[in-house]
Design a protein around this ligand. Structure first.
Ligand code: NAG
Ligand code: NAG
Length: 401
């Protein structure tokens, strides 16, 4: 094997999942150097996950939040090939998350295979390597005389400093009068490299209001995005707020009139064009037969480049979108509270059950990108194991916990 050209070995190894490559690292020195080489890590991410798509393998990371007191948060990786269900594995986080106060509300990711789980505590993880890291709490409190009610997180990668960053925007209310100043926000940023929080200096393009979580991860073009609106003399207008992870600056992106009102239509932001641009999926709030309209920004830097790309439906949809990826993969819950994947042709029951808005799902990718940074003592990073899913096919598991 020593005599095989390095390119050939790299080509073969980049087709293997991360867990297997962790074992391959121990085969010989040259394999160790190859597998830990940052170029190989980047290339493996692209090659391996593109192959999965080409072979029509679907892999999802699913979280079910505890919807009854005492239930545990359930994290699993669910896989299918082009026609059949393949496997489901449960990720055992290194802590117990079963109290009412410790759970995750959203999945943000994958970003190079890393996920940010928003909640209490905030967590970064690489499920394919089984790495799991709880973020320190932000030391910042609301300015004197104010308090914060909601916050909106963005997660992404800064390729310039090779750093994963989480930005949190918080609204501010005046304590004395209990009033909200429209568009009154503060923001702070966590960096994995420094394992600490700092204030964001950049000013927000005010006034702007942000809608609640979009459920879909919206990192594109080095920026994280939020769906929001501004009120002006012509009424309420949809806008996108972007935060550039490299420049650490905000930008307001104008959106044409793609829906009459937020009461009539939901709008969900999503990345498009292989994360080079963004788009919006629009669908009616009411009714169970729904059509989806997909709008895309053809050129990320040109606000005038929004076009209606396509529409699909009507299809039977009971609930809001839970996920959207690869330009035409829709995820939602059906009327049996089960997760459904729809790829513009067929609808598949993913055999994942969750009541009361408890399900979150995102594309699952394999990645060798590690969360470990420098000094492990100041930077604890735990490992967790993947085990076969004991709850699979057990339709009663939601009550038998
Ligand atoms: C905060 O404001 C109150 C009055 O509104 C004042 O008494 C207090 O000293 C202030 N605290 C700080 C840290 O500025
Ligand atoms: C992301 O940031 C890097 C580093 O500044 C830059 O080289 C790259 O072109 C940016 N990517 C995009 C899509 O803007």
């Amino acid at each position: 094997m020593e005599h095989l050209p390095r390119e050939l070995v790299a080509n073969v190894l980049s087709r293997l999942p991360s867990k297997v490559l962790l074992l391959c690292k121990c085969v010989c020195k040259s394999w160790f150097h190859l597998i830990t080489d940052p170029h190989f890590v980047t290339n493996h991410y692209a090659v391996y996950n593109t192959l999965q798509t080409q072979e029509e393998n679907q892999n999802l990371l699913v979280i079910r939040r505890p919807f009854f007191s005492g239930l545990k948060t359930y994290i699993s990786i669910v896989s299918w090939n082009h026609k059949n269900f393949v496997s489901s594995q449960v990720l055992n986080p290194p802590y117990e998350y079963n109290s009412d106060h410790k759970y995750w509300t959203e999945i943000l990711g994958p970003c190079n295979g890393i996920y940010f789980l928003e909640g209490n505590p905030n967590v970064l993880m690489n499920p394919s390597l089984g790495e799991f890291k709880a973020l320190p709490e932000s030391p910042f409190t609301s300015p004197n005389g104010t308090y914060s009610f909601t916050d909106h997180a963005g997660f992404g990668f800064d390729p310039k400093t090779n750093d994963f960053k989480v930005v949190v925007i918080r609204d501010l209310w005046l304590k004395e009068t209990d009033e909200r100043k429209l568009g009154y926000w503060t923001s702070e940023l966590y960096s994995l490299n420094s394992n600490s929080w700092r204030k964001v200096d950049a000013v927000l393009p005010l006034p702007i209001e942000i809608w609640g979580s979009s459920r879909v991860y919206t990192y594109a073009n080095n920026c994280s995005h939020w769906w929001g609106y501004v009120d002006d003399e012509s009424g309420s207008q949809d806008v996108v707020l972007a935060f550039d992870m490299v420049k650490e600056s905000f930008r307001k992106i104008r959106v044409p009139k793609i829906r009459d009102s937020s009461e009539e239509k939901f709008a969900t932001l999503a990345p498009f064009h292989e994360e080079a641009s963004i788009g919006v999926v629009v669908y009616p709030v009411r009714g169970t037969e729904k059509c989806f309209e997909v709008w895309v920004m053809k050129d990320y830097w040109d606000e005038g480049s929004w076009v209606k790309q396509y529409s699909v439906g009507p299809v039977q949809v009971i609930y809001k979108l839970v996920g959207f990826y690869e330009t035409n993969h829709f995820l939602w819950k059906d009327n049996n509270e089960r997760l459904v994947l729809y790829d513009s042709e067929k609808t598949r029951d993913l055999q994942v059950f969750g009541k009361y808005d408890s399900l979150r799902a995102a594309r699952y990718t394999e990645s060798l990108v590690s969360l470990h940074r420098g000094d492990e003592f100041s930077h604890k990073c735990f490992s967790c194991s993947l085990v076969p899913d004991p709850l699979l096919h057990d339709s009663e598991y939601h009550v038998s916990f």
